[in-house]
Every structure is written in C-alpha cells, then in structure tokens.
Design a protein around this ligand. Structure first.
Ligand SMILES: Nc1ncnc2c1ncn2[C@@H]1O[C@H](COP(=O)(O)OP(=O)(O)O)[C@@H](O)[C@H]1O
Ligand SMILES: [Mg+2]
Length: 309
C-alpha cells in the first residue's frame, strides 16, 4: 500500500502522522506527503470503488458551490488485493461547537445554490453573450446525481427524475423495502408501505420543490469544525428536497438550536414540515435496518404506522 500510494500520488515522502480514525464504514489514516498532509480512507469491500467514486464526486460538487468547507478530494485508487482507497486533504477537525450557527447559514447557502443558479440563468438569458463558457456546477431542474452515491455502503439510485415525490418513493424507499423483503420478508413493513405510498402525495400538497444539492448523510458524525469554520465530510450527495437533509441530522443529535435557527432564517419551514421530516427519517431508519439489523425495525414501522393514520 505504501509503494502504491507513493507511485499514484507522485510523492517520495509518505510518513504516517499518527492520526488515525475510523468511521462506521471505513478505516482512515493521515500521512505527510510532498504535497502536504493527506487523509486516506481504506475499505476492502468489493463495492469500495463505487462508494469512494461517489464520495469523490460528492465532495467535488459541494466544493464547487463554495458554500461549506469540505476536505479537498484527491484520488480513488484500486487495491490489488481488492477494495479501494480514497485520498483527500487532511483537515484538523474537532467537534462542531463554536461554528454551529455558521454551519446553519452555510448549509442553507448550499441548498439554495442551485436555485440561485436558475435565477441567474433566467436573468442572463435576457442579456446577449452572457451565460456562456460556464464551468463548475450547472443549474439542474431535476432530482438525482450523475453518479451513484452511497449512504453507508449501500448504493443510492440517483437516476434523474423530474418529480421529487416519484424520485423519493421509487429511488429511496422502494430499494430499501426490496432489501428488507429479500433479507427478512417482513410482511408488516410491506403492507404499511403499500398504504403509505398512497398517502405520500398528500404530504406534499401545494409544494414547489426546487432541486437542492444535498450532503445526503448529514448526521452529527459527519460534521466538524476547525479554526476557520464548519466542515462537512463523508457525503452521499444528490439533488433533492432541502428538507430531506435535516432528517438524519435530527435522528442522532449533535446539532444545536443555533444551527437550526440560522438555517431556517434562510430557508423557513414550510407547512407540513414535521410530517415530511418523519417520512425522510423513514429512509434513514430503513437504511440502518439494512446496514445494522432489525434493531431499527421498530422505528421504521412506527413512522409508517403514524404516517398512514
Ligand atoms: N479529511 C479528513 N482529515 C482528518 N480526519 C478525517 C478526515 N476525514 C475523516 N476524518 C476522521 O475520520 C472519521 C471518520 O470519517 P468518515 O469519512 O465519516 O468515515 P466513514 O465513511 O467510515 O463514516 C471522522 O470522524 C474524522 O475524525
Ligand atoms: Mg462517516
């Protein structure tokens, strides 16, 4: 691995900094190199390449909006024995605390970025010669992403869709339901989902949803800060409904009221927010059920029972 990294990164210096970390999914370690400090995530699963390609594309997309700081992605490298590594910039991170409010503001800016691009595009189309030669992020009217991104290690179906409700039901909940069906054949889950599907459109009455670039896995373990401000990392990005982002944030804690008030001062809660948040949490509970087992079944079933009432 040492030699492979040196060759792939073109660095003669590669010395461990002594900093290592592991998230829920991959092992991580930092190194000094000729180009500065790097953080290397290693995963031996056969799906590791796809997972890290998605993470690299996610970080690139977020970075291009210039709204929230993320580690700069560097390279995904296949391991000869199977699995892959993902190399990114090392950042000295500590727990989110002093910069929580700033994260609320910056996250709202990330979510509003695509909408702003759309407004600019409309304005510029009236001005001859403008709007050409664009680089970086382009405006999109659709929901999805150009590559598969993984929430945990499970792939998300990011095929582009015009309609958010269709996207969420077919490409977020249904694949989780199919996995549950395959693993345990849970009859109650299947029946509740059949009922809930009919109910979902009513949770979105009169909503106009502009696709927002999302981090996609924004729980307390994927946010931090350094002296310069907040940092988000380990994303599973796609264009979706901004409210979706707050679902997992609310499940495991780590976000203070100053974060929420800053966020909602830029993106106010729309009517029906609380019910939709539960619907979005359903995805994450099911995703946890499929990752970590039936300890998350109760929460998934309860949400569906409450929403079909
Ligand atoms: N770029 C980085 N620089 C320094 N430390 C990092 C970096 N990325 C992640 N870490 C450390 O590794 C931990 C897990 O990272 P994460 O990307 O969430 O892994 P996983 O995909 O396994 O959840 C973080 O909590 C943090 O302490
Ligand atoms: Mg993580």
């Amino acid at each position: 691995m040492q030699e492979l990294l040196q060759k792939e990164l073109g660095t003669s210096l590669l010395r461990s900094t002594g900093h290592s970390g592991g998230g829920c999914i991959s092992h991580g370690e930092s190194f000094h190199t000729d180009q500065g400090r790097i953080y290397v995530k290693t995963n031996s699963r056969s799906e590791a390449r796809r997972m890290f390609d998605g993470e690299m594309a996610s970080l690139t997309a977020i970075q291009q909006t210039q709204t929230v700081k993320v580690p700069k992605p560097i390279k995904v490298i296949d391991l000869p024995e199977g699995g892959a590594v993902f190399v990114m910039e090392h950042l000295d991170m500590r727990g989110l605390n002093r910069h929580a409010e700033k994260l609320g503001t910056q996250l709202a800016d990330l979510h509003l970025h695509n909408q702003k691009l759309g407004e600019k595009l409309k304005k510029d189309s009236n001005t001859v010669g403008k709007g050409e030669g664009q680089t970086g992020v382009q405006f999109t009217e659709n929901f999805g992403f150009h590559v598969v991104t993984c929430c945990g290690y499970l792939p998300q179906v990011n095929d582009w869709q015009e309609d958010w409700v269709t996207f969420f039901a077919r490409q977020r909940i249904q694949p989780q339901m199919d996995m549950i069906e395959k693993n345990s054949g849970d009859k109650e889950a299947r029946e509740l989902w059949a009922k809930l599907q009919l109910k979902i459109p009513s949770l979105f009455a009169d909503m106009e949803i502009v696709p927002a670039l999302l981090h996609g896995d924004l729980w307390g373990g994927n946010v931090a800060e350094d002296d310069s401000g907040p940092i988000i990392f380990d994303p599973a990005t796609f264009y979706g409904h901004s409210e979706y982002e707050l679902a997992i944030a609310g499940m495991f804690g780590g976000f203070s009221s100053s974060f929420y008030s800053a966020y909602h001062s830029k993106i106010p809660k729309a009517p029906g927010f609380d019910k939709r948040l539960k619907l979005y949490q359903l995805f994450h509970y099911m995703n946890h059920w499929n990752h970590f087992g039936s300890g998350y079944r109760g929460s998934s079933i309860n949400i569906m029972r409450n929403l079909v009432k």
